[in-house]
Design a protein around this ligand. Structure first.
Ligand code: BES
Ligand code: MN
Ligand code: ZN
Length: 497
């Protein structure tokens, strides 16, 4: 998709289709000239019952501009719009445009009270980039690509140009990041192996000049990562620990401490010896969406050249049953020295994350955020709307929560209080890897918290939000928007210091 910014009045724009966002039934002054040339029909259309006043309503039609037909799409933003309603309205507009036949559209960006034009442009660019996504690489005869190839954002005032440029860049970067995350998530498990994830990381590293380190099984063994390696044992695919370093805020001794993102990269979760039921098991290819989120977020951060330091860490392997697979009752020693009795081999995410979380201490992180499709219980607690948020630091939890609110990619905090640790008691090792049915997401977080005592840490459980099931099965690209916003705010804070 080509995006451009034009300081052009809507009546002078040259595009297959003119998109006119409206707030209510009355035309803004900026469209008066256009309405005049359309003989007043634009005002009639805008006031029609068919268009209505419901935010997100889209009406396509032909207007006679000086007698010649011009395709227009009206988009209702509603009278009392906040950024959240705008975002939803832009998403329905984007779906309509992608399904439509116009190759080029010009969008008359509205000047709206109480909403930044930077945020408006960002939301528009993100919505169109997101809705243009198709995953067709395994279809012999893919459906034809959308007709739409170019989008011009029309500016009313030159003074808005810089804000709109920045918003456009941000919306595109987040959209591209989400689409990378979706692509990796949607790849089947036989293609998206740990080795493939390492190759994807290498491509990102090359394109954006990141430092890449890939630890192999022997390296992890030497570091004492007995917990991570126990999960990988039953698979013929070799495990990896992928590390990508982005130094947007400088390198060396005086550089700011990084934010470290750790993504769960189980490229297929069969459950292992504690085998999952067959129904819907295909969806466990999505058990690497935490890893995909780390790569997608890094991509966006690089595209925006954010002045922050970020390290992405991806522990990745398959969880498979086999004669040599780890078994219920087995006890393993983690890199931290703590021993774990594996009572259920399907609680494998925490087993790979705990060693990665010990490993990342070497970066002397300012904060560590792990992202994981960790527990089915999180879907029971929060559904598919909301990511589970856990933290050992209130300021960090607040920052992630508000990044979610800002972007509509929402998360809600659950406690990790000490009271829950009791459920992880083991008769034979320092802890068990499961805590029973009550508060399953919290006990999973409580398990991780035993490995994150030396730094500020948060955990995002994306089991419910990383992908959709059913007819619209596919990765969502969440929580890339939340994380990019979180990192952007960190950059902002630095600049203001
Ligand atoms: N990857 C799953 C969690 C999951 C399940 C995410 C369904 C999304 C949809 C994880 O590895 C897992 O199997 N967790 C178990 C933990 C249990 C054995 C304590 C679960 O949630 O059932
Ligand atoms: Mn599992
Ligand atoms: Zn899993």
């Amino acid at each position: 998709m080509e995006f451009s910014i034009n300081l052009t009045a809507p009546e002078k724009a040259a595009a297959d289709c003119l998109v006119l966002p409206l707030a209510g039934a009355r035309l803004p002054a900026a469209l008066a000239r256009l309405d005049e040339r359309a003989g007043g029909w634009l005002g009639t259309l805008a006031a029609s019952a068919e268009f209505g006043d419901k935010a997100g309503s889209v009406l396509a039609g032909l207007l006679p501009i000086d007698g010649a037909p011009q395709k227009v799409v009206l988009l209702q933003l509603g009278k009392d719009h906040d950024l959240a309603t705008l975002r939803k309205a832009f998403e329905s507009l984007a779906r309509a445009l992608i399904q439509g036949r116009s190759a080029s559209v010009a969008v008359a960006l509205p000047a709206l009270k109480g909403v930044d034009s930077e945020d408006v442009a960002a939301a528009m660019a993100q919505a169109i980039t997101f809705e243009s996504y198709r995953f067709t690489q395994f279809k012999s005869e893919p459906e034809p690509a959308p007709a739409l190839t170019s989008v011009a954002l029309l500016l009313a005032k030159k003074a808005e140009q810089k804000a709109v440029e920045e918003g456009l860049a941000r919306g595109l970067a987040v959209g591209h990041g989400m689409n990378l995350t979706r692509d990796l998530g949607n790849l089947p498990g036989n293609v998206c192996t740990p080795t493939r994830l390492a190759e994807e990381a290498a491509q990102l590293a090359e394109r954006f000049h990141l430092k890449l380190t890939v630890l192999e099984e022997a390296d992890m063994d030497a570091l004492g990562m007995g917990s991570l390696l126990s999960v990988a044992k039953g698979s013929t695919q070799p495990p990896k620990l992928i590390v990508l370093e982005y130094h947007g805020a400088g390198d060396g001794k005086k550089a700011p401490k990084p934010a470290v993102l750790v993504g769960k990269g189980i490229t297929f979760d069969s459950g292992g010896i504690s085998l999952k039921p067959g129904e819907g098991m295909d969806e466990m290819k999505y058990d690497m969406c935490g890893a995909a989120t780390v790569l997608g977020t890094l991509r966006a951060v690089c595209e925006l050249a954010l002045p922050v330091n970020v390290v992405g860490v991806i522990p990745t392997c398959e969880n498979m049953p086999a004669g040599n697979a780890v078994k219920p009752g087995d006890i393993v020693r983690s890199m931290s020295g703590q021993t774990i009795e594996i009572l259920n081999t399907d609680a494998e995410g925490r087993l790979i994350l705990c060693d990665a979380l010990s490993y990342v201490a070497k970066f002397e992180p300012d904060v560590v955020v792990d992202i994981a499709t960790l527990t089915g219980a999180c879907i029971i607690a929060l559904g598919h709307q909301t990511t589970g948020l856990f933290a050992n630091d209130d300021a960090l939890a607040d920052a992630l929560y508000s990044a979610g609110q800002q972007t509509g990619d929402k998360a809600w905090r659950l406690p990790v209080w000490d009271e829950y640790q009791e459920q992880l008691k083991s008769n034979f090792a320092d802890m068990a890897n499961i805590g029973g049915r009550p508060a399953g997401s919290i006990t999973a977080a409580a398990f991780l918290s035993r490995f994150t005592r030396d730094y500020r840490w948060a955990h995002l459980d994306i089991a419910g939000t990383a992908w959709k099931s059913g007819a619209a099965k596919g990765a969502t690209g969440r929580p890339v928007p939340l994380l990019v916003e979180f990192l952007r705010q960190r950059a902002d804070k630095k600049a203001k210091k």
